[in-house]
Design a protein around this ligand. Structure first.
Ligand code: AKG
Length: 285
């Protein structure tokens, strides 16, 4: 089955749930090379676009192996992956036939003993408008509940951007999260190396700590914005067309309305009302 028809079968799942997994989109050999490539880059030290630098002596595994960001700006392997035809075709199918623009690469190493990332919505950070952002999250290792696979709240892509609150930093390396009523508990997405999870910019997602004894949970992530977007937060410029040419877009500012949970009916459960206001501009996660 071609990549394209495989994904087209699932675009109804994407519309319904806000995410879909393309199983085996990249082969075992390619994934092994990528794993090795990023481990080599990380061992060499820190880079300009890293969110935090490497501290090889730290007791915190995430300081020894911090995530990398925007590698495609200086690394050809990352550039080619971000714009890979398989990702382009899958995203274009999922987005109803319009190509997206590429704006970010990230590599999470998540060694054993690492904290996870509290649940959040990506478009809170990217601020792509109109439209939204979409992530392509590729497993470089098997990702399961033991080593902290991704957790998603199916259907939450229909929620507006929620007001944030403080996260539990004993469990999460980021300090903001969004509240999720109990009836919409996050579910794990178990993935094999080379599987790619595509998810909508409003989908509530995150991950729990890696409690395995010795298993990394590496993931290579591309962030894209939909083809109708005319602005994105400054950190994500320049946006790239899927042929690699840069696209001038406006810079989105922070702040604006955000959703807060209010009591609904017994049928609906809690409902979101746009009563909150975000005052802070955040450059990136
Ligand atoms: O990989 C993870 O644990 C979290 C990734 C994530 O939340 C993201 O890419 O937005």
């Amino acid at each position: 089955m071609s990549v394209s028809s495989n994904i087209m079968l699932c675009s109804t799942d994407y519309d319904r749930d806000g995410y879909v997994v393309a199983r085996g989109l990249f082969g075992p050999g390619e994934v092994a090379e990528l794993r090795e490539h990023y481990m080599t880059l990380r061992r060499r030290g820190s880079y300009d676009d890293d969110v935090v630098g490497v501290d090889t002596r730290s007791r915190d595994p995430l300081k020894r192996y911090p995530r990398m960001a925007q590698m495609h700006r200086w690394d050809d392997v990352s550039w080619r992956w971000l714009l890979d035809v398989r990702l382009r075709d899958a995203l274009t199918d999922l987005l109803g036939g319009t190509e997206p623009y590429a704006v970010q690469t990230m590599l999470y190493f998540k060694p054993p003993g690492s904290r996870g990332q509290a649940v959040h919505q990506d478009n809170f950070y990217l601020k792509a408008e109109p439209g939204t952002c979409v992530a392509a999250w590729m497993a470089l290792d098997r990702a399961d509940t033991e080593n902290g696979c991704l957790l998603v709240v199916p259907g939450s892509h229909r929620w507006p951007i929620l007001c944030t609150e403080k996260a539990d930093t004993t469990q999460s390396f980021t300090d903001v999260t969004v509240p999720v009523p109990d009836r919409w508990a996050p579910v794990p997405v178990v993935m094999e190396p080379g599987d790619v999870l595509f998810f909508h910019g409003s989908l509530v997602h995150g991950s729990a700590p890696n409690v395995s004894a010795n298993r990394f949970r590496r993931a290579l992530i591309g962030h894209y914005i939909t083809g109708d977007a005319r602005q994105v937060a400054e950190y994500y410029h320049p946006a790239l067309r899927m042929d690699g040419t840069a696209l001038p877009l406006d810079v989105a500012e922070g702040g604006g309305a955000c959703g807060e949970w209010a009591e609904g009916t017994p049928d609906t459960g809690p409902v979101v009302t746009m009563t909150g206001t975000h005052k802070v501009t955040r450059k990136h996660e």
